[in-house]
Design a protein around this ligand. Structure first.
Ligand code: DGI
Ligand code: FE
Ligand code: FE
Length: 196
């Protein structure tokens, strides 16, 4: 790992709770493995993985205040579901506190929670690495996604998005429109793949 990443890692070790930091390191190395598999830039994957949850040390209230302070615009849905905000604020922190200026990395952080249609390979890698990293609790279907992702990342993105939507609905929680759009987009993508 280069010096810049080591410095960021040290800062995050102090800021994040132990479990969150362990998760972060899991995402970082899982993202690196996926980058190797799919010919993506390994260093970008490490950087985005390391920083994806960097805003999580703040409470929801603090996150909202910081977004207002720094002009990070929030949608009505994000204000209703503050668990989503750390992705946008994380991209802002990555840029302004950790001096990451590569837009591709910032977008991978920005979209790691909801995904979005037409994700770049780096965005898909971070989205999925967050879901499958080794410290994640073994929920039904996770093993399948963990092995599938090294064969077909779009299908793995679809299955993860579908599980997220189901899990939220089963828990009676609101689902962000972007989460739904991501799920629908990747469902169509894999249907298209099946026909060709
Ligand atoms: O930050 P992590 O815990 O590693 O994982 P994450 O960024 O994927 O998700 C953070 C939380 O946000 C998690 O509890 C699930 C929740 N979440 C994801 N998509 C949605 C959502 N919550 C709501 N209400 N709606 C969503 O669409
Ligand atoms: Fe997150
Ligand atoms: Fe995460």
């Amino acid at each position: 790992m280069n010096d810049e990443l080591l410095q960021i890692r040290k800062k995050l070790a102090k800021k994040l709770k132990k479990d969150r930091f362990e998760h972060t390191i899991g995402v970082m190395y899982t993202a690196a493995s996926l980058a190797m598999c799919y010919g993506e830039d390994v260093e970008k994957a490490l950087t985005a993985g390391l920083l994806h949850d960097c805003a999580k040390y703040c409470s929801s209230e603090e996150q909202i205040i910081l977004c207002q302070k720094h002009g990070v615009e929030l949608t009505g849905s994000e204000l209703e579901m503050p668990a989503l905000i750390h992705a946008k604020l994380g991209a802002y922190f990555a840029c302004h506190k950790y001096k990451i200026r590569d837009q591709a990395i910032l977008d991978a952080i920005r979209y790691h929670t909801t995904g979005r249609p037409e994700m770049t390979m780096l965005e898909k890698i971070i989205y999925i690495a967050d879901y499958i990293e080794p410290n994640r609790k073994l929920i039904p279907g996770l093993q399948e996604i963990r092995s599938l992702v090294f064969q077909d990342i779009d299908q793995a993105v679809y299955l993860s998005a579908r599980r997220t939507v189901r899990y939220l609905k089963d828990g009676g929680r609101a689902v962000d429109p972007m989460t739904v759009t991501t799920c629908e987009y990747y469902e169509k993508q894999i249907q298209r793949g099946d026909k060709s």
